[in-house]
Design a protein around this ligand. Structure first.
Ligand code: 0A1
Ligand code: ZN
Length: 882
C-alpha cells in the first residue's frame, strides 16, 4: 500500500511526522453529534494523469464558508493513505497547514478560496478496492462510503455537494475508454500515444458518488427516450469476451427506466447512462451518478453460464442502482446514519420492480426468506442496530441486512397503511420537497405524513429501536355472541445499548376463514400499537381459522398459537399465497424444533407430507410458487426460534424430514421431475418454474434415496442445456458419495475454464455440499491454482459458502470456526471490508449450544488479539465478544 508520508512533506509540520506512529483510535461517531460543515465546496475540478502503477491527481476545489456552519476558519480535509505532493491556496503555496492523523488542516483567511492539491495514487497495489484501484488491467473507483479520501483530500461527507468537472489523460492503448460521471464534453489526442477526455456532471453530488473508469472495454449500446422526450445513450461496458452476455442487463436497465417513470414518476436526468462491469468488487454494485459500477456477477448472464436466480439478481441490482438516481443521488443523505433513507427505500423500489417484472407472491416469499435468514439473526445478535443507527466506528460495517432489508420493510409498512395511491402522494412530496438536498430519515417520514396523510408519530420508533418484535396472537370464540376476539401481545426484545423498548405500531393483515365453506369475508388490517391489544369480529357460528400476517405485512416473529389442524387447513386453502406458504413453513418449523427435543411427531410428519403432496398436485398454482412451497426453512432461521441449540442436530432433523417427504412422495416427485424435464429452455415463467421444481424434486428425492437420486441428477446434468439445470443437478450430486460426483465436478470445471463467474460456482458447489468431508475439500481448494484471496467473489464463493453451510461450519471439532478465523486474519490486512463480513458468523455463538459456543468465542478472542487489526474487523469482533 501507499505510504502515509513522503519526502515532499514541507518541513515544519510536526503533527504529520508523528502521523504514522499514532495509535489508531477507533473513535466512535455519534448521530447526535452531527454539525453542518464549516466549509462548502460548490465546485471541484479533477485532473488525472492515469497510470496503473502511478496516477497523479490534481484537485482544484472552490471552497466557500458555510453560512450555516460554526464559523471555523480552518478547512478540514479528510485523507486516507495520501500524501500531499503540493498544496496551493489561490495559486500560491499554502502556508500553515498541518496534518492531524491522516487528515489535512488548512487555515484560511477569507470566505471563499481556490485550493489546489496534488496527490499520487498507486492503483496496482490498492488491495482494499476502495478509492482508485486496478482490476484486470483497468482502473476504476469505489468511493462509498469513505473512499474518495483515498483519491484526494476533501470534506468527504455526504452533505457537501459539488459540481464535478473531470479531465482524464492516459496512454491510449492501455486506456482506450475513459469514463466519468455526467456527460462527455470533449476528447482529444495528446503526445506520445496519449489521449484525454473531459467529463462534466451538471448535478451537484457528494464525493461518494464520484467515479472514473479507464481501460480496454467494449460496449453494448442502446437508447432510451424518457417520458419528456430526452434521448439517453445507454451503454453496458465489459471486457471484450463478455459482450454477448450483456443483453439481459441492458433489457433490465431499459425496463427499470420505464418502470420508474410509470410507478414513481421519476425521469432520468442526463444524456448518458453507463454501466461498467468489474471483476474485483467488494459489494454488488454502486450507483455513481451516470456511471454505475458493477460486480460482473450482476451484469453478465446467458443461459449457459447463469442460473435463473442469477438472471433475477442482474435484474434486481440493475434496477436498484438505477433507482438510486432519485432515491440516493438527486436526494442524498445528510450523514451516514441516514443510510437507510436511500438504501431501505431503494430496496423497496427494487423489490416492487422485480415483483412487477415477474411473480409478485413468489418475490414476496423470496424477500421474506432473505429477511429471516440474514436480518433476523442480525437483529437478535451482538451486532443488532436500528435501521437508523445511533453510533458507529466504521461505517462500512453498517451496510447490513438491517439497514437495507429491514429498512425496506419499514417503508413497506407505510405503503401498507397508506395504500398505493396515498403512498405515491407521499413519495411525490418527498422527491419534490427535498430534490437537490442531503436529507434525513425524518424528512422522509414527515413527507409521508404530509403527503400520504399518515400519522407516524409512534411509527418513528421503527427507526429508533433495534430487535425483531415478538408478537403473539390468541383467538377466543364466544358462542353466545357469535364473536371471535383476537388477543395480541407484542414485545420488542432488548438489544445492545437498548435494554427496554416501547410498543410500536404493527400493521397485521388478517382474514377469518370458515372451516366448512373455506371462504372469508375480506382481509382486515389491524394495527397493534400497544403491549396488548384485542380486536373483536362478530357474525360467526363456529370458530374461524385465522390467517394472520398475510403478505408478511410486518417484519415480526408471530406466534399465532394455532393447532396443527389450523395450519394444515391454511396450507391447503388460504387464498393469500404468502399465508399458504407460511402455514406450511410453520408446520415444518414446529416439527423440526420438536424433533431435536423429542424425536419426530408421526402425526405431524404425516400431515406435512400430505400437505406437500397436495402442493405437488395443485393445478391452481404455477411451478414457480410450487418450488417455493417445496423448500424447508433455513437452519439459521430455526436457530432464531430455538433455545441455544445444536445446529448440526437441527440440520440432521431437517434432512430426515426431507427424506421422509421424499420417500412418501417418491412417485409423485419423479412424475413432477419428468413432466418438468420435458419443458424446453426459455425465460418464460413456465419454463423457469419447471426448472425450479425439477431441482427441488431432486433435493427431496436425494434425501430419501441418494443412489436413485444420483442417477437422476446425473441424467439431468448430462442433458442440461442451461446453467440452472446443470448447477441444480451438481448441487445434489456434490452431496452424494458416488462415482459421478468427481467426474461431473471435473467436467464442469473444464467446460467453463477461464470463466471467472462459473469458476466461483465450482468453488461454491463444493464448499456448500452436504459431503461430510467438506472441510477437507475447502482446505484443498484454498490451495487450488484458481483460488486467490485477492478477489472478493472467489473468497466468498469458497469461505462464505462454507460459513453458511451449517454442518460444515459447525463441525464438532471446531475446525470450521478455525478456518474462518484464519481467513479473517489473513484477509484483514489486504481487504478489511471483506474480512469484517466474516465476523458475524462467529458472533452468533449465543445461539449455539455451550460446547461449540465456547470454541466460537475462542476464535473471536484469537482474532481480537491480533496486532494491527483494521477498524472494520476490530469493531465487529469487539462487539461480538461483548
Ligand atoms: N450503495 C451501494 C452499495 C455499496 C456500498 C459500499 C460499497 O463499497 C465497497 C459499494 C457498494 C448499493 O446500495 O448498491
Ligand atoms: Zn443501494
Amino acid at each position: 500500500m501507499d505510504i502515509a508520508r513522503t519526502p515532499s512533506n514541507p518541513a515544519g509540520n510536526p503533527e504529520m511526522a508523528d502521523a504514522a506512529v499514532e495509535p489508531v483510535d477507533p473513535a466512535t461517531i455519534f448521530r447526535k453529534n452531527y454539525t453542518p460543515p464549516s466549509w462548502l465546496v460548490p465546485e471541484i475540478r479533477l485532473d488525472f494523469d492515469l497510470g496503473t502503477e502511478l496516477t497523479k491527481c490534481v484537485a482544484t476545489l472552490k471552497v466557500e464558508r458555510n453560512p450555516a456552519g460554526d464559523g471555523d476558519q480552518t478547512l478540514h480535509l479528510c485523507g486516507d493513505n495520501l500524501a500531499v505532493m503540493s498544496l496551493k491556496v489561490d495559486g500560491a503555496d499554502a502556508e500553515g497547514w498541518s496534518m492531524s492523523g491522516s487528515n489535512l488542516l488548512l487555515p484560511l483567511t477569507g470566505t471563499s478560496h481556490e485550493v489546489t492539491i496534488e496527490t499520487h495514487l498507486h492503483p496496482a497495489t490498492n488491495s482494499q478496492l476502495m478509492g482508485l484501484y486496478a482490476s484486470s488491467g483497468m482502473l476504476c473507483t469505489q468511493c462509498e462510503a469513505e473512499g474518495f479520501r483515498r483519491i484526494t483530500f476533501f470534506p468527504d461527507r455526504p452533505d457537501v455537494l459539488s459540481k464535478y468537472t473531470v479531465r482524464m489523460e492516459g496512454d491510449k492503448e492501455t486506456f482506450p475508454v475513459l469514463l466519468s460521471n455526467g456527460n462527455l464534453v470533449e476528447t482529444g489526442e495528446g503526445e506520445a500515444g496519449r489521449h484525454w477526455a473531459l467529463w462534466d456532471d451538471p448535478w451537484p453530488k457528494p464525493s461518494y458518488l464520484f467515479a472514473l473508469v479507464a481501460g480496454q472495454l467494449v460496449a453494448n449500446r442502446d437508447t432510451f427516450t424518457t417520458m419528456n422526450g430526452r434521448k439517453v445513450e445507454l451503454a453496458v461496458w465489459v471486457r471484450e469476451g463478455d459482450l454477448e452476455r450483456t443483453d439481459h442487463a441492458m433489457r433490465s436497465l431499459i425496463n427499470s427506466m420505464k418502470w420508474d417513470e410509470e410507478t414513481f414518476g421519476r425521469e432520468y436526468d442526463l444524456d448518458q447512462f453507463n454501466i461498467v462491469a468489474v471483476s474485483d468488487f467488494n459489494m454488488g454494485a454502486m450507483e455513481n451518478k451516470g456511471l454505475n459500477i458493477f460486480n460482473t456477477r450482476y451484469v453478465l448472464a446467458d443461459p449457459e453460464t447463469a442460473t435463473d436466480g442469477d438472471y433475477d439478481g442482474v435484474e434486481g441490482v440493475v434496477g436498484h442502482e438505477y433507482f438510486h438516481n432519485w432515491s440516493g443521488n438527486r436526494i442524498t443523505c445528510r450523514d451516514w446514519f441516514q443510510l437507510s433513507l436511500k438504501e431501505g427505500f431503494t430496496v423497496l423500489r427494487d423489490q416492487m420492480f422485480s415483483a412487477d417484472m415477474g411473480s409478485e407472491p413468489v418475490k414476496r416469499i423470496e424477500d421474506v426468506r432473505v429477511l429471516r435468514a440474514a436480518q433476523f439473526p442480525e437483529d437478535s445478535g451482538p451486532l443488532a442496530h436500528p435501521i437508523r443507527p445511533d453510533s458507529y466506528q466504521e461505517i462500512s460495517n453498517f451496510y447490513t441486512a438491517t439497514v437495507y432489508n429491514k429498512g425496506a420493510e419499514v417503508i413497506r409498512m407505510m405503503h401498507t397503511m397508506a395504500g398505493p395511491e396515498a403512498f405515491r402522494k407521499g413519495t411525490d412530496l418527498y422527491f419534490e420537497r427535498h430534490d437537490g438536498e442531503a436529507a434525513t430519515c425524518e424528512d422522509f417520514v414527515k413527507a409521508m405524513e404530509d403527503g400520504a396523510g399518515l400519522d407516524l408519530a409512534q411509527f418513528r420508533l421503527w427507526y429508533e429501536q433495534a430487535g425483531t418484535p415478538k408478537v403473539t396472537m390468541r383467538a377466543e370464540f364466544d358462542q353466545s355472541e357469535g364473536a371471535v376476539t383476537l388477543h395480541f401481545t407484542q414485545k420488542v426484545p432488548a438489544t445492545p445499548g437498548q435494554p427496554s423498548k416501547k410498543a410500536m405500531p404493527i400493521p397485521i393483515k388478517v382474514a377469518l376463514f370458515d372451516r366448512d365453506t373455506k371462504a372469508h369475508d375480506g382481509e382486515k388490517l389491524l394495527i397493534v400499537d400497544k403491549d396488548k391489544a384485542e380486536f373483536t369480529f362478530k357474525g360467526f357460528t363456529r370458530p374461524p381459522v385465522i390467517s394472520a400476517n398475510r403478505g408478511f405485512t410486518a417484519p415480526i416473529q408471530l406466534d399465532a398459537e394455532q393447532g396443527d389442524d389450523d395450519l394444515v387447513f391454511l396450507a391447503a386453502n388460504d387464498d393469500d399465497a404468502f399465508a399458504r406458504y407460511e402455514a406450511l413453513q410453520q408446520l415444518v418449523t414446529r416439527e423440526l424444533l420438536g424433533a431435536i427435543e423429542n424425536g419426530p411427531d408421526e402425526k405431524r410428519r404425516t400431515a406435512i407430507a400430505d400437505a406437500m403432496g397436495a402442493v405437488l398436485d395443485d393445478t391452481q398454482i404455477d411451478d414457480l410458487m410450487r418450488g417455493e412451497l417445496m423448500m424447508m426453512p433455513a437452519v439459521t432461521f430455526l436457530l432464531e426460534l430455538a433455545a441455544p441449540a445444536d445446529p448440526v442436530a437441527l440440520h440432521d432433523a431437517r434432512e430426515r424430514l426431507k427424506g421422509y417427504i421424499g420417500s412418501r412422495l417418491r412417485d409423485r416427485l419423479i412424475a413432477l421431475h419428468e413432466r418438468a424435464s420435458a419443458i424446453g429452455y426459455s425465460l418464460s415463467a413456465e419454463a423457469r418454474g419447471a426448472r425450479k421444481v425439477k431441482t427441488q424434486a431432486l433435493v427431496l428425492l436425494s434425501a430419501a434415496d441418494a443412489k436413485e437420486a444420483a442417477a437422476r441428477a446425473e441424467a439431468q446434468y448430462r442433458a442440461a442445456d442451461n446453467m440452472t439445470d446443470r448447477q441444480g443437478a451438481l448441487m445434489v450430486l456434490a452431496g452424494i458419495d458416488c462415482p459421478a460426483r468427481a467426474e461431473l465436478l471435473e467436467d464442469f470445471r473444464k467446460r467453463f475454464e477461464g470463466n471467472a463467474l462459473v469458476t466461483d460456482k465450482w468453488f461454491a458447489l463444493q464448499a456448500g455440499s452436504l459431503d461430510p468431508m467438506v472441510l477437507d475439500t475447502v482446505e484443498a481448494l484454498s490451495n487450488h491454482a484458481d483460488f486467490t484471496i485477492k478477489n472478493p467473489n472467489r473468497v466468498r464463493s469458497l469461505y462464505m459458502t462454507m460459513a453458511v453451510n451449517q454442518p460444515a461450519f459447525h463441525e464438532e471439532s471446531g475446525r470450521g470456526y478455525r478456518m474462518i478465523a484464519d481467513l479473517v486474519l489473513k484477509l484483514d490486512p489486504l481487504n478489511a471490508q471483506t474480512a469484517a463480513r466474516f465476523i458475524p458468523a462467529l458472533g452468533r455463538w449465543r445461539k449455539i449450544e455451550p460446547k461449540r459456543a465456547a470454541m466460537m468465542r475462542a476464535e473471536l478472542e484469537r482474532i481480537a488479539k491480533a496486532e494491527g487489526l483494521s477498524k472494520d474487523t476490530r469493531e465487529q469482533v469487539t462487539k461480538s465478544l461483548d
